[in-house]
Design a protein around this ligand. Structure first.
Ligand code: PLP
Length: 369
């Protein structure tokens, strides 16, 4: 059983997606064809944001709003070290200094109290990540950022369609931040057939700037106000995503059902701690990530049993060689380091059967017995 079976998804939806792809091919409108603005409108609507700006990847969806901040040497951007590399790589690549702060042990998301302690006169932005499909404490982070003129760029790459109750009302991933970034990497809950990404925002000026930055910095062809890059969302990918989008809510609901089934099945295994969902959150379970004892031995056991699994993420970013110059030592962010030692992610894709979920549960329970 693989960690993710995209072939099963393809088999279920190919009759809807292939005609959409064929439509683009027959039109030969590969660059900024009509599927791109259509998808931008749909993803903005889903996020309850005013604008969607498609781009080439989730990485670029972080890079472009960071570039829009015109960071100067010494400018700081606070983020979590327990995330995919792109979150911090883009801060470095836009001239900022990543400032890593620790995560909450339950949600694995950035700890707002640690953010508060890290704010300085040089802080220009905060990049919280909605890790594994569960929103970060956006409201607290915004309370810290907004009065100080600090921008919040939400890395929602793993969390499309997730939501969180704030002051009694549901708020969507992507709704509250200045700009939020989505990835449509094929393994995501809404995955393209290649690389693709999108930014959403309700700031009209930001949307205009991001549209320019993804097209070499020019609003008009061959006229450049500033230097941007080529980061368009491919029309073929937009057509795939539009065809898949009606399934997203159902897929994420099925992932939640699988998560509940795992949690029940593993409840009697004290060496295993299923993911903790913040009471305010509706999780989309991009990953189903547990904390376990003897993690590396469990991995070997699952491998022997033919059960796909992965460790997201084995080395927190503050301990990566490329960030050694920032001077974080081992032990400096203990919750992130503990998470990196203890986590394991299990198959959670919607097409899994109960029998497959039972096999995973039995393999884990058997290992600890
Ligand atoms: C948290 C997070 N940030 C950023 C990215 C980058 O997205 P992409 O792979 O589409 O560039 C990803 C996905 O891979 C991610 O999971």
């Amino acid at each position: 059983m693989p960690l993710l079976d995209l072939v099963a998804q393809y088999a279920a939806i190919k009759d809807e997606v292939l005609p959409a792809v064929l439509g683009v091919i027959e039109s030969q409108q590969f660059i900024m064809g009509s599927a791109v603005p259509q998808l931008e409108a749909e993803i903005a609507k889903l996020s309850r944001a005013a604008y969607g700006v498609g781009c080439a990847s989730g990485t670029d969806a972080l890079l472009l709003p960071l570039k829009a901040l015109n960071l100067k040497p010494g400018d700081e951007v606070i983020t979590t070290p327990f995330t995919f590399f792109a979150t911090a790589g883009t801060i470095h690549n836009t001239g900022g200094t990543p400032v890593f702060v620790d995560v909450e042990p339950d949600s694995f998301n950035i700890d707002p109290a640690a953010v508060e302690r890290a704010i300085t006169a040089r802080t220009r932005a905060i990049v919280p990540v909605d890790l594994f499909g569960q929103m970060a404490n956006m409201e607290r982070i915004l309370e810290l950022a907004e009065p100080r003129g600090i921008k919040v760029i939400e890395d929602a790459c793993q969390a499309i369609g997730a939501r969180r109750k704030v002051a009694g009302a549901w708020r969507m991933a992507g709704e509250l931040a200045w700009v939020a970034a989505y990835s449509f990497f094929p393994s995501k809950n809404l995955g393209a057939w290649g690389d693709a990404g999108m930014m959403v925002t309700s700031d009209a000026a930001a949307a205009e700037r991001l549209r320019k930055l993804r097209l070499h910095g020019g609003a008009r062809q061959y006229h450049h106000d500033e230097v941007g890059t080529n980061s368009r969302l491919d029309t073929l990918q937009a057509a795939v995503l539009l065809a898949k989008l009606p399934h997203l809510a159902g897929w994420s609901a099925t992932r939640r059902e699988h998560a509940a089934y795992y949690a029940q099945g593993l409840a009697g295994v004290p060496q295993v701690r299923p993911p903790v969902v913040d009471a305010a959150n509706e999780h989309i379970f991009h990953q189903y990530t547990l904390r376990v004892e003897r993690r590396d031995e469990l991995q070997a056991h699952l491998k022997k049993e033919g059960i796909g699994h992965a460790v997201y993420y084995p080395v927190p970013l503050h301990l990566q060689t490329c960030f050694a110059h920032l001077g974080y030592g081992r032990g400096s962010l203990p919750e992130s380091e503990r998470a990196a030692r203890e986590v394991i992610s299990l198959p959670i894709y919607p097409e899994l059967t109960r029998a497959q979920l039972d096999r995973v549960i039995d393999a884990i329970a058997g290992f600890y017995r």
